[in-house]
Design a binder for this molecule. Structure first.
Ligand SMILES: [Zn+2]
Length: 408
């Protein structure tokens, strides 16, 4: 049996008293984070002293008894957790996986983490709709689904638009999806976010286009408000709410699309788009940043891993839109404006994106993922003779191999 870490995030509505206590928790955790970050940096710069959360935690205890007695109003576990998280941030920095830890601002997202023990869990699930947290008591959570695993930790956060969330991750048993016998190539693009080799098109919801005008207007209003004023604070929340809405719409679209694709196909072939490189091109930048290509790929990969599907990534330099998926001939020119074309060699009529998706599938299933097809000309490493029938057979071989792998 395979287990996976599954993340959950729910919205909740705290009472007035809980909001007050949470403001204390957020404030104290932020204070401890910032103060200790400063302490650590100075200790290292001036005395080459290394600190970990153990020594810093001791310092926090000293502060509680002397300079900052109000730190005792916060849950001790949350403060310790902030320091443990800071240790992790430093570790990531030293192992070149992240930037130097930064100070936290009260305008950013606020978060604290609670250690959960068995008592909290029992009251969570048996109580149905409540989660019990230290100093807060029962918190009313909107359970959109009930987790089956048991979380060890809960993160409570408040986003800049003033919404409260509780998040945790549970270890759960993975159930592989039944096989469908389908292999799909996917072309990621601008007109449609995804086009599949069987002709399916996702469309492009263009979230930003609709919301962008609105956002720009509200941002302009924000710039005009006097610093430190109540109106400015309210306007900042309004802008944050628009950002949150756009992000939610985008995530919704991506999750629905990736789930549907993973359910439909045993083998999914993708092109390794150099997203960063494409972002430099201004015409494409808006569209790509809008739909979140990197996030699309991340979702496909983890969902495929859970479902027991195979994902094949084709070399990013393969000129997929210039190759005929029917006969394999190579076209020297294929401007972005050409949406449909007829192959001069085999006279097959192609939709630009569906053809590209088919080429990606062919490259992937013929085991050509990672080959350099930049050579140009007709002779693309001998793949020009590959017919769709042969490609399908190869896809079937992959599905077979995937079955065997799973059985083992
Ligand atoms: Zn052709």
């Amino acid at each position: 049996m395979v287990t996976r870490q599954r993340a959950y995030k729910f919205r909740f509505t705290p009472t007035a008293a809980q909001r007050k206590q949470l403001a204390v928790e957020f404030g104290c955790a932020r204070f401890v984070w910032n103060r200790c970050l400063d302490w650590r940096s100075t200790a290292w710069k001036e005395r080459q002293e290394k600190h970990t959360y153990v020594s810093l935690n001791r310092q926090v205890t000293v502060w509680k008894k002397t300079e900052f007695p109000w730190l005792s109003d916060a849950t001790a576990g949350c403060l310790t957790q902030a320091l443990i998280d800071q240790d992790k941030a430093f570790k990531n920095f030293f192992e070149k996986r992240g930037q130097y830890p930064r100070f936290k601002s009260k305008w950013d997202q606020q978060a604290v983490r609670y250690q959960l023990d068995q008592r909290h869990i029992k009251s969570t699930y048996s109580g149905g709709e409540f989660l019990k947290l230290p100093k807060l008591g029962f918190v009313k959570v909107r359970w959109s689904r009930i987790p089956t695993g048991i979380p060890k930790m809960a993160t409570v956060s408040k986003d800049p638009s003033g919404r409260y969330f509780v998040a945790f991750s549970c270890e759960e048993v993975v159930e592989a999806l039944p096989l469908t016998g389908v292999a799909l190539g996917l072309d990621l693009g601008i007109k449609d976010v995804v086009v599949a080799s069987d002709g399916w098109k996702s469309g492009n919801p263009r979230h930003l286009k609709g919301q962008l005008k609105h956002l720009k207007r509200q941002q302009r209003f924000l710039a005009r408000k006097q610093k430190g004023s109540n109106r400015r604070r309210r306007q900042r929340q309004r802008v944050a709410r628009i950002h949150a809405k756009i992000a939610a719409m985008r995530q919704d679209f991506l999750h629905k699309t990736t789930t549907a694709l993973v359910q439909r196909a045993d083998v999914i072939a993708l092109e390794d788009l150099n997203v960063k490189g494409m972002l430099k091109n201004h015409h494409l930048a808006g569209a790509i940043a809008d739909v979140g290509m990197g996030e699309f790929r991340r979702q496909i990969e983890y969902k495929a891993a859970w479902a027991g599907r195979k994902v094949i990534v084709v070399d990013r330099w393969a000129p997929t839109s210039k190759i005929c998926s029917h006969c394999g001939s190579y076209q020297q020119k294929m401007p972005l404006s050409v949406r449909e074309w007829t192959c001069p060699d085999c006279h097959a009529r192609h939709d630009r994106d569906v053809n590209a998706a088919n080429v990606i599938l062919k490259f992937a299933t013929a085991g050509n993922a990672g080959t350099d097809a930049r050579g140009g000309g007709k002779n693309l490493g001998g793949h020009e003779s590959l017919t769709p029938v042969e490609a399908r057979t190869d896809a079937e071989k992959f599905i077979e191999a995937a079955c065997l792998e799973r059985a083992a």
